[in-house]
Design a protein around this ligand. Structure first.
Ligand SMILES: NC(=O)c1ccc[n+]([C@@H]2O[C@H](COP(=O)([O-])OP(=O)(O)OC[C@H]3O[C@@H](n4cnc5c(N)ncnc54)[C@H](O)[C@@H]3O)[C@@H](O)[C@H]2O)c1
Ligand SMILES: O=C/C=C/C=C(\O)C(=O)O
Length: 487
């Protein structure tokens, strides 16, 4: 037994899959390494096609029972899982920090409370889910949100438990069973979530966790005919593969993908606010899908903005994410660091100038970077870097700002900084993005639709949108009493 437990920062983590209410090992393992110091955290079960198929079978077997469980009982169990997340908040926070290198204080204050909130929110929303019946010549239309079946949920490493629970909670609330496949760089908190769900009393097979490489077990999961929904957060190339694989069974998909979101700074803005919004984009070492990585500044403001930005960014402290004084932790993996530096060096070779940064930092850190003299059609402006790298461009008219902002293949988010209310309304209305923020950033309400336009995603989740996706939405039309048909 103990050979399957790893101790991470004093917390015992089971390194096996969680399938049908049991821990299941694989013949092989893969090594999970900490981005903080390169140390080995655990040897994790390396899922095979057989493990993936077993998880689907377990989810299929558990589905009828869970789908028939009264809503109030499903909601009660989700709240019990939220209680468990809150009880183990410190364990989850420290384990996640070791696993993905993001700040411990963010995990404590923001991310793990949000993970618990994901369960509470969808439990409560389930109980409120309703519509007004409507009448068609005396016939009553009644809409119901019926459970769809087993779901495959595939998540990335940048916010592992937050993004896993953002999918698991609504899927379970809807009456579906789940196979969660966490990213191979961050497998640990998904395993702790399985412990928490079991302790809360979630029936066996309702939540299954399969560890392993997406390239080895992804297709088995996403092409399986018993799977009724796939929700994926990750990169565009993987999304295309999954879409092709899901097409075999016409399995409905929700895809939340990358971005190259703009921050539009107008000359009439509160400059302190605009600078704060820009510097905030280095959060999580730039590994945030929503990050506004293209800073677009109105020409007359650019010198003053740049001066203030540089001063503010210089205050950021890179270091150990466990320390309360650290602002930016390491990037996730040497491969990711390589990728980030590749983007930056190619940009510089193409004529970009690094106002700050432009190189690696100590250990697995990348120096916060701002690149200027970049062409709109260049790689650095068009492609997602997923590191602490921003570009700076200028504009002279509102139309030009909107045109530059919309001129990538992405459309996840956009942020506008302006002191003019009418301008804010005019500009936000023209931006192509799933989420647009005016004079703020990352203000999230789980009732709101969340997702991306164009290559940033397919579909929306959040509030009723989540239930629309995870359910077979049904309309039942009842004839009035005594009705004898059309004849
Ligand atoms: N829109 C959002 O909400 C959001 C949130 C976070 C991250 N992201 C995006 O995620 C990307 C970074 O994450 P990543 O590098 O882990 O992405 P990725 O696509 O490489 O991996 C994501 C997940 O997909 C799995 N996977 C890989 N190949 C697969 C296959 N063939 N079939 C099924 N699953 C497979 C991986 O194992 C991992 O669990 C960035 O583009 C980022 O913008 C988007
Ligand atoms: O890095 C991506 C962050 C995504 C955030 C959400 O999915 C959310 O707030 O629900």
């Amino acid at each position: 037994m103990t050979e399957h437990l790893s101790t991470v920062a004093g917390v015992a983590v089971d390194t096996r899959h969680w399938i049908g209410g049991e821990r299941v090992a694989s013949a092989e393992t893969f090594t999970d390494v900490s981005p903080i110091d390169g140390s080995t955290l655990a040897e994790i079960a390396r899922g095979t096609a057989m493990d993936a198929a077993a998880a689907v079978a377990a989810a299929k077997a558990a589905f009828p029972g869970w789908a028939a469980t009264p809503r109030a009982e499903r909601a009660r169990l989700l709240h019990a899982i939220a209680d468990g997340v809150e009880k183990r908040l410190e364990d989850l926070a420290i384990v996640e920090t070791h696993d993905n290198g993001a700040l411990l204080r963010s995990h404590r204050r923001g991310v793990m409370p949000r993970a618990a909130h994901n369960f509470r929110f969808f439990a409560d929303w389930l109980l409120k889910l309703d519509h007004e019946d409507f009448d068609t010549r005396g016939h009553t239309n009644t809409v119901s949100w019926d459970p769809a079946g087993p779901c495959v949920l595939i998540t990335p490493w940048n916010a592992p438990l937050m993004l896993a629970t953002w999918k698991v909670a609504p899927a379970l609330a809807a009456g579906n069973t789940v196979i969660l496949k966490p990213a191979e760089w961050t497998p640990l908190t998904a395993s702790l979530l399985a412990d928490i769900a079991a302790e809360a009393g979630l029936p066996a097979g309702v939540l299954n966790v399969v560890q392993g490489y997406g390239s080895e077990i992804g297709d088995v999961l996403t092409s399986h005919p018993d799977i009724r929904r796939i929700s994926f957060t990750g990169s565009v190339p993987t999304a295309k593969r999954i879409s092709a694989s899901a097409a075999a069974n016409l399995t409905p998909l929700s895809l939340e993908l990358g971005g190259k979101s703009p921050l539009l700074v107008f000359a009439d803005t509160d400059l302190d606010l605009a600078v704060d919004l820009a510097v905030e984009q280095y959060d999580n070492a730039g590994q945030v899908c929503l990050a506004a990585t293209r800073v677009l500044v109105e020409e007359p403001l650019v010198d003053e903005f740049t001066r203030r930005f540089v001063a503010k960014a210089a205050e950021l402290r890179q270091g150990d994410p466990r320390e309360a004084t650290t602002d930016i932790g390491p990037n996730i993996h040497p491969r990711q660091l390589e990728k980030i530096d590749g983007f930056v060096q190619r940009a510089i070779a193409a004529g970009a100038r690094a106002v700050i940064g432009g190189h690696r930092g100590a250990g697995q850190h990348y120096a916060p970077t701002l690149l200027t003299d970049v062409a709109q059609d260049s790689e650095i402006v068009q492609e997602e870097v997923f590191g602490p790298v921003l570009t700076l461009q200028t504009f002279t008219t509102e139309d030009e700002a909107v045109r530059l902002a919309n001129d990538t293949r992405f459309g996840l988010a956009a942020t506008v900084a302006t002191g003019d209310h009418e301008r804010a309304e005019r500009v936000t209305a023209q931006l192509v993005a799933g989420t647009v923020w005016a004079n703020c950033f990352f203000v999230r309400d789980l009732r709101a639709p969340f997702g991306g336009s164009r290559h940033s995603g397919v579909g929306r989740e959040g509030g009723t949108w989540s239930f629309d996706f995870y359910c077979d939405v049904k309309n039942t039309v009842s004839a009035p009493k005594g009705w004898r048909g059309h004849g």
